[in-house]
Design a protein around this ligand. Structure first.
Ligand SMILES: Nc1ncnc2c1ncn2[C@@H]1O[C@H](COP(=O)(O)OP(=O)(O)OP(=O)(O)O)[C@@H](O)[C@H]1O
Length: 410
């Protein structure tokens, strides 16, 4: 049986390519899939199922004890895989299957896929060559909308390290007031959902200028921990948590906290209509608004222009955000989170779904921010990004009474 891996980059037209499997005319090399039953293992399929469960109030994947929506991203992916395998399709398209998965589940996934590869054909769509499944025996690439077969992944491997121009990170409009306190301080934070322990005695201090990587297996509580910082989780109240020098629950508004945090997670991109220009997207990072048009001041325009030059996107400044490649969208969103020079920048799995070249470029931007500004960074990732240079690692590891945190130096 043939199992294809098709390498994509951030210019690949994946959506139209998937449509060909459904009803279009596939390239001759892939004709074996024409007319067969197939399904797609992807974040998009997950979103559609969550939406369907929500709208029709029915359980497709959700269990009696937990809804699909409240599962962690790794748990959702596990549940989706089991659901799709039960449908017994002729083939499954695996859209960047390892994204958001911890090493343990990556291995489990490889094992499950290998076991099923006798009866189901797999088409792996991969942005990163290191992710290629061991049993793949056919190789292809998608450039724009053009599919072609290649002999091996070697030809695509690149060791080129991208770098930015010598321009420095643009200065903020207002020089940040130096902060003498810790930005975040957790003291013995313990969180349960119902009677299920999630986090146990977490002690973590983030100081100005720190550069942390936050890591841990799927479901270990990374998002829960971040939501204590970003102000979204009511479970933070009553805990010993200090944010920007103030004890959580002592009258601060969510707005006060959000103002001090730049946040980016790829899931955010879906919330924007994309019909704004890149320049506008960056300006909205300064004014904290999207959709609400306020006339930018000359100094706001100047700062944004400097960012556009740094990202090498000045020529494209009037292009609509949704017309940009994924790689460029992620650069813009990271810059948008940073334009105000917040004391704390949180990047939640920002490289998920990116190809080798553009992930390296994003990592370079993050390293540059760490080196040239006083902003502290939390970079969440399962993947060991080859060029990322965090100074400290906070890893969560399971235990029966809730995940514990371990601090290590890189
Ligand atoms: N609102 C909720 N109700 C019940 N359980 C929840 C809720 N939110 C999260 N959980 C559970 O808490 C645990 C930790 O979830 P969290 O999303 O913080 O993990 P994570 O480390 O970010 O995982 P991943 O890497 O898969 O995204 C998971 O088992 C999840 O199912």
């Amino acid at each position: 049986m043939n199992h294809w891996v098709i390498y994509i980059n951030n210019n690949s037209n994946k959506k139209d390519f998937f449509k060909l499997f459904n009803k279009g005319s596939l390239p001759k090399e892939l004709r074996e899939f024409q007319g067969k039953t197939g399904c797609i293992y992807s974040s998009f399929t997950l979103e559609k199922l969550i939406d369907e469960e929500d709208r029709h109030d029915r359980k497709i994947i959700s269990t009696q004890s937990q809804s699909l929506e409240t599962m962690s991203s790794g748990e959702q992916k596990k549940a989706l895989l089991h659901y799709l395998l039960q449908q017994k399709p002729d083939y499954i398209i695996l859209d960047n299957p390892f994204d958001n998965l911890d090493i343990g589940f990556q291995k489990e996934l490889q094992h499950i896929l290998l076991k099923n590869s006798i009866s189901i054909a797999f088409v792996q769509i991969a942005s990163r060559t290191a992710d290629t499944l061991s049993f793949m025996n056919k190789f292809g690439k998608l450039e724009g909308s053009l599919f072609s077969e290649i002999t091996s992944p070697e030809a695509l491997r690149t060791s080129i390290r991208n770098t930015f121009s010598s321009d420095r990170i643009p200065k903020p409009l207002k020089i940040p007031i130096p902060c003498n306190n810790a930005l975040v301080k957790f003291k013995d934070v313990t969180i349960n959902y119902g009677n299920r322990p999630i986090l146990k005695n977490i002690n973590w201090t983030i100081n100005p200028g720190d550069f942390w990587q936050l890591t841990g297996p799927n479901g270990s509580g990374k998002s829960t921990l971040l939501s204590m910082i970003t102000g979204d989780n009511p479970k933070a109240y009553g805990q010993d948590i200090y944010l920007f020098g103030t004890k959580k629950g002592s009258g601060e508004s969510v707005w006060d906290i959000k103002e001090k945090i730049g946040y980016y997670s790829p899931a955010m991109t879906n919330k924007f209509s994309g019909r704004h220009t890149i320049e506008y997207m960056l300006i909205s990072g300064l004014t904290d608004s999207v959709g609400l048009y306020t006339i930018p001041t000359e100094s706001q325009k100047r700062v944004v222009r400097e960012w556009l030059y740094l990202l090498d996107l000045f020529e494209e400044k009037d292009i609509h955000f949704n017309k940009l490649s994924t790689g460029k969208q992620r650069l813009v969103m990271t810059a948008r989170a940073m334009v105000k020079h917040p004391p704390l920048l949180i990047l939640d799995e920002p490289t998920a779904g990116m190809d080798d070249v553009s992930a390296t470029l994003l990592v370079e931007l993050v390293n540059k921010i760490a080196e040239e500004t006083t902003t502290a960074i939390i970079f969440v990732s399962h993947r060991k990004e080859p060029f990322l240079e965090p100074k400290d690692i906070f890893s969560l590891s399971y235990s029966n009474d809730g995940s514990k945190g371990l601090i290590s130096k890189t």
